[in-house]
Write a protein that binds this ligand. Structure first.
Ligand SMILES: *Cc1c(COP(=O)(O)O)cnc(C)c1O
Length: 390
């Protein structure tokens, strides 16, 4: 009599969810095969209405990916050469890629150790340096809600308002997160979402959306995602791109959106189980009063790289997946190092101030399995493997 092996623990679990909605997805795809409007079909309008309602935003514009959502939002502001775009050094590459693709200069800002999000004091310091040098125009701040935890949007918004800058929320990891009772989607001038399959709301391919309360911006986004079209189809009003969300991905999202509210609760429950098992033993993520994390990714902090290596090894030995988001701060990436060095020179040519927290976190962070279908027993097994490596 053998005891059955427990099912392997998934880092992200898209299969359990798919089993719940498979019939609906098959029917949704079949409908599209029948009507044949693969691009800009009725499913796109429907999901845009659903996303806007979920986030409490006036407008949602479906686009081809989270990266394109960021890019279209920046293109609409006319951001380009000579413009400084402030963003955290500790985030996914797409956040920094977009200003560079548009010819603007990313100015990397350090993050807070507690929240992993942009450090307002460091943001103000770098803004003052850029203003003093006078080479670049401060145009925008891209705040990232890393791992699902909303950044300090009231403070970012206030700073942007004071200096006439565009506030763009990269909420790719955080759809469903909230500050007070207001979900992400209306805290910045525009909010970029990604529907990459592993995000809190994911499709089965690439997809994204831009949320905003501003009708003029929403109209520009619709134009830009369709080659800058004007009022009629073959009138090209401005230089745009091919950035549309396709009907099949919209149909996947339509099947998944009704699950999201419950899945966010399940993610929070899994985080609470981790906290019960690991709190006090390792640095677990803390959510400030009045803030709701979307728990896109669950990340602990180990004292140093050696300790993290031991925990990774212990998890690997127990057959439990882990991941490092992100092993390198963006200003050290070969593609971005030159832009970083050129962003802030300083009178004594000492270059940009250091980014010590971003540099340290890269050696300390470790992400554990996180998805809505984790059981308490699974979180205990993960926690046991973590603690065995301490
Ligand atoms: C996933 C992600 C993106 C990019 O989204 P895609 O849909 O993959 O283009 C941008 N920013 C952050 C923080 C992300 O996690």
């Amino acid at each position: 009599m053998s005891t059955a092996e427990p099912r392997p623990i998934a880092f992200f679990d898209m299969k359990a969810q798919q089993a719940l909605i498979r019939a609906e997805i098959d029917a949704g795809i079949a409908r599209i095969l029948d009507h044949g409007r693969f691009i800009q079909g009725p499913e796109v309008d429907q999901i845009e209405a659903g996303l806007a309602a979920f986030a409490g935003a006036a407008h949602a514009v479906g686009v081809s990916s989270g990266t394109d959502a960021l890019q279209i939002a920046m293109m609409a502001e006319g951001i380009g050469p000579g413009d400084a775009v402030f963003l955290p050094a500790f985030t996914y590459t797409a956040t920094a890629e977009v200003p560079l693709v548009l010819g603007a200069t990313p100015v990397f800002v350090d993050v807070e150790e507690g929240s992993f999000n942009i450090d307002l004091a460091d943001l103000e310091r770098r803004l003052a340096l850029v203003q003093k040098e006078g080479r670049l125009r401060p145009r925008a701040v891209i705040g990232v809600d890393l791992y699902g935890l909303p950044a300090d949007w009231p403070a970012i918004e206030a700073l942007c308002a004071k200096h006439g800058m565009f506030a763009l929320d990269d909420a790719a990891q955080a759809f469903g997160g909230a500050l007070g009772n207001r979900r992400l989607g209306t805290h910045a001038h525009a909010t970029a979402l990604s529907f990459y399959p592993t995000k809190t709301l994911g499709c089965y391919g690439d997809g994204g959306a831009i949320l905003t309360n501003d009708a003029d911006r929403a109209e520009l986004y619709r134009s830009l995602r369709t080659h800058g079209e004007g009022k009629t189809r073959y009138e090209v009003q401005r230089t745009g791109m091919n950035g549309r969300l396709d009907s099949i991905q919209a149909a996947i999202l339509l099947a998944k959106l009704p699950l999201l509210e419950g899945e966010l609760k399940s993610r929070a429950r899994a985080a609470a189980w981790y906290e019960a098992a690991l709190g006090g033993r390792v640095r677990t993520p803390k959510v400030p009063e009045g803030v709701s994390s979307a728990w896109g990714i669950y990340t602990i902090l180990l004292p140093d790289a050696a300790a993290r290596g031991r925990v990774q090894e212990s998890m690997r030995a127990a057959g439990i997946p882990s991941a490092i988001y992100y092993p390198k701060p963006l200003h050290h990436q070969p593609a971005y190092a030159a832009a970083h060095a050129g962003g802030i020179a300083q009178a004594d040519k000492s270059g940009p101030p250091p980014l010590p927290v971003s540099e340290r976190l890269c050696h300390q962070v470790l992400s554990l399995p996180m998805h809505p279908y984790l059981t308490e027993e699974e979180t205990r097994r993960v926690a046991a493997a973590v603690m065995a490596g301490l």
